[in-house]
Design a protein around this ligand. Structure first.
Ligand code: AHM
Ligand code: MG
Length: 323
């Protein structure tokens, strides 16, 4: 029986028992993610001490500067996920092209991840996170990453915040586990997470409002303010979405004249977060279509993101003009 305080490994095994035909492959895949993120968490905790802050002097495919902790996290995930033998292919925000690990020749899954999202916040000691999205291997090539978000087998994130938390869905609701640093285990702290139907917070980079493309968006935000909503924006998607899942409201990164398709990446940012939001009873859209229904065309493609509780999302849909 699922109970507060149970550790993530026991939880994963318990979930596996619900599926009589399960081979344990997904369980082992999740355990590999769990292990990698524990090691990342320990490095994040040491960030200021271990002198690993600062630029590595490289740019990734998005043209952004890669910081050392991003590289380290990326390498750790590649190592743990490859060695698990449970992944046929790995795609990362930090890799131009996917990797097909030798150990995963017979594996059933592919995984896309953002090893350390919100990394511009590392230097100022603000929460950052790892995001991941797992799909079934179907064609045994790159096109396995180009499946719709609703086909995700599992999605989740780890937030390296005041505490480290892993939030996970395998399509059966959303559960949150807090890392107990004393014993090095993720313990169930937030069972069956549900996003409130109506919240009090909107989360958007409002400094871009003059550049927003949809003419209805500014009006929408103004009307939330009239309703008494307050604003919270960390600039770290994992932290902003985590708060939205727990406290409700809306998180958005819309299209603007500079970022015509928004800023966030579909495969390893928008889609897994949309999956979790929908599993928690909320909604997620680009403003034009449900994020989970998009058939990706490119591993690194961007999409506008709006996700949140029912009230805020229904209101948004009625006010956007898609201009
Ligand atoms: P990153 O993947 O380079 O860290 O960028 C993604 C981050 C998200 O975590 C966050 O939601 C967004 O960028 C913030 O962007 P902005 O600073 O334009 O508001
Ligand atoms: Mg990112």
């Amino acid at each position: 029986m699922t109970r507060i305080g149970m550790d993530l490994n026991s939880f994963i095994l318990e979930q596996e028992r619900l599926y009589p035909n399960a081979t344990g492959s997904l369980s082992r895949a999740l355990v590999a993610i769990e292990s990698a993120t524990k090691v990342i968490a320990s490095h994040v905790r040491m960030a200021g001490l271990a002198d690993i802050l600062g630029m590595a002097g490289k740019k990734n495919i998005q043209g952004e500067e890669v910081k050392k902790l991003d590289e380290l996290s990326n390498n750790l995930l590649i190592q743990y996920l490859s060695q698990s033998g449970e992944f046929f292919a790995l795609a990362s925000e930090e890799l131009d092209e996917p990797i097909f690990p030798e150990e995963g020749k017979d594996a059933k899954y592919v995984i896309a991840f953002d090893p350390l999202d919100g990394s511009s916040n590392i230097d100022v000691n603000i929460s950052i996170g790892t995001i991941f999205s797992i799909h079934r291997r179907v064609n045994s090539d790159v096109s396995d990453f180009l499946q719709e978000g609703y086909k995700q087998v599992a999605a989740g994130y780890v937030i390296y915040g005041s505490s480290t938390m892993l939030v996970l869905s395998t399509g059966n609701g959303v559960n949150g586990f807090t890392l107990d640093p004393a014993v090095g285990m993720y313990l169930l702290s937030h069972p069956n997470m549900k996003i409130p139907e109506k919240g009090k917070i909107y989360s958007i980079n409002e400094s871009n409002d003059k550049k927003w493309i949809d003419a209805g968006l500014k009006e929408y935000i103004e009307s939330l303010k009239d309703e008494g909503y307050t604003s919270r924006y960390i600039g770290s998607m994992v932290a902003d979405v985590h708060r939205t899942l727990i406290k409700g409201g809306i998180f958005a990164y819309p299209a603007d004249v500079k970022n015509k398709n928004g800023k966030l990446r579909l495969l390893y940012e928008a889609s897994p977060m949309a999956f979790l939001t929908v599993q928690a009873g909320g909604m997620a859209t680009t403003g034009k279509e449900d994020i989970l229904n998009i058939k990706p065309t490119d591993i690194h493609q961007r999409v506008p993101v709006f996700l949140g509780g029912k009230y805020e999302m229904e209101k948004l849909k009625s006010m956007l003009k898609n201009g």
